[in-house]
Design a protein around this ligand. Structure first.
Ligand SMILES: *Cc1c(COP(=O)(O)O)cnc(C)c1O
Length: 434
């Protein structure tokens, strides 16, 4: 789960961040066992988020990210992103208010919802959040009524992409209607400043971005012909965020860089923005669940069913909505000779509530802890309290190295003291005394 990018920076006497993280995880779970506390928790590894920001800047220096708040709105996470000058993609009055409350200036927020409720649109006007998307004519009438000075991005439809979750079924203007909508905006005296699209979530083929960037270029030309000053291209979300997806991310970035250099070269002075959700959060959160039940099955494999104190109505809702493959590993180390085919079930009374249908794990017992990586995207954000089970809380962890790195930023000191107050700090020394 941890990023190993830092290991080179630690000397022989200083244990690597990975090792410190692992020891801390063991300590957290052992403490819980000692206290007889089986409360499950998510762990946000702050280092992982910081590393994602660094990688983004390295890979796509021309593309400014606006984090899609809906993906995970953990307050500490939002504070980190806000302090490091990341922009935000909001879809409702409530999301806009949360972000504005973090002192994020309105210019760093995009209201990326093509169909906005009138009261929500009025909130955007009040907060001065000008940049917003649209994909239909009746939206233009609403914007004209409530926020005539807004700056609009026309969201174009992505009819088909390699993504697991297609967006074109609900969002975007059809290709044949682009000119009509841009004309309508001119007629209503509204200013369209650019184009947006979203290739869909969990995409397989980075070339989807290139195809849409080229289409956007044609839309820019149409807009300019109709008198709009087109200056912003928004390439949406859909970037991979799992722990092992750095190579795929870099490949996607390369494809995007080539396409923007071809269709929107730096001389065009077009600002390129994006709306990544998953990318920033998927691998940063790990779920820790305690085994609360164990049932042997004689007649068929899997031979053991473990019950964990979470489920598909809680954090694992992404397994149902997004068909995400869930994996688990025991926190404790075990002798490799006790391997069994097993199944991991959730805690609710719904027979559908299965997290892992079949996997191989060492034989475990009630009270043992399991960890599930890549639990940041569309998990806590979409979870319910079905059957009365409380929502799982978050613990935070950050390394001393990351804290010193953050201190270099203008908002860094404040962020560091905020993080120190909330997190377990992985210190370089006195590891053995813990
Ligand atoms: C959900 C959403 C995103 C984020 O998508 P990811 O696949 O999580 O990157 C970005 N923009 C819009 C408009 C969205 O609805």
């Amino acid at each position: 789960m941890a990023s190993d990018q830092f290991s080179s920076s630690s000397s022989a006497e200083e244990p690597s961040i990975d090792l410190r993280l692992l020891l801390e995880i063991n300590r957290l779970c052992e403490d819980a066992i000692m206290k007889g506390d089986d409360t499950p928790f998510l762990l946000l590894n702050v280092d992982d988020v910081i590393e994602k920001i660094k990688q983004w800047k390295l890979a796509m220096p021309r593309v400014t990210p606006y984090y899609a708040v809906k993906c995970n709105s953990d307050p500490v996470l939002l504070q980190i992103l806000a302090s490091l000058n990341i922009g935000f993609d909001c879809a409702s009055k409530e999301e806009m208010e949360v972000v504005v409350d973090l002192d994020v200036p309105a210019e760093r927020i995009i209201y990326a919802n093509c169909c906005k409720g009138p009261t929500h649109l009025q909130s955007a006007a009040k907060l001065g959040i000008e940049l917003m998307t649209f994909d239909n004519e009746s939206e233009l009438l609403k914007i004209k009524q409530y926020f005539p000075t807004a700056k609009l991005l026309l969201r174009i439809m992505v009819e088909k992409s390699s993504a697991q979750i297609q967006m074109g079924t609900k969002f975007g203007c059809e290709f044949t209607l682009i000119e009509h909508l841009l004309e309508a905006a001119t007629r209503h005296n509204l200013s369209v400043v650019g184009v947006s699209f979203h290739i869909g979530s969990l995409a397989q083929d980075p070339n989807d971005f290139a195809v849409c960037i080229e289409k956007s270029m044609h839309t820019f030309l149409t807009g300019e012909k109709l008198g709009h000053k087109m200056t912003i291209l928004d390439i949406g979300g859909g970037f991979p965020g799992e722990a092992d997806s750095l190579e795929k991310f870099k490949e996607t970035a390369k494809c995007i860089n080539n396409a923007i250099d071809e269709f929107f070269p730096p001389e065009s002075e077009v600002d390129i923005i994006s709306e990544p959700g998953r990318y920033f959060v998927t691998s940063a959160f790990t779920f820790f669940g305690s085994i609360i039940g164990k049932k042997e099955i004689l007649v068929k494999e899997p031979n053991i069913m473990y019950f964990v104190n979470e489920g598909i109505y809680g954090l694992f809702v992404h397994k149902i909505f997004h068909n995400v493959h869930v994996t688990a590993t025991p926190v404790k180390e075990y002798a490799p000779d006790s391997l069994k085919v097993c199944c991991i079930a959730g805690q609710t009374c719904d027979p559908l509530d299965i997290l892992v249908e079949s996997c191989i794990l060492p034989e475990l017992d009630v009270g043992d802890w399991l960890m599930f990586p890549n639990m940041g995207a569309y998990t806590s954000a979409c979870s319910t309290q079905f059957n009365g089970f409380e929502k799982t809380g978050v613990k935070y962890i950050v390394s001393e190295e990351t804290l010193s790195y953050l201190e270099k930023f203008s908002a860094g000191m404040k962020l560091c003291s905020f993080l120190k107050g909330k997190s377990v700090v992985l210190e370089k020394s006195n590891l053995l005394t813990k």
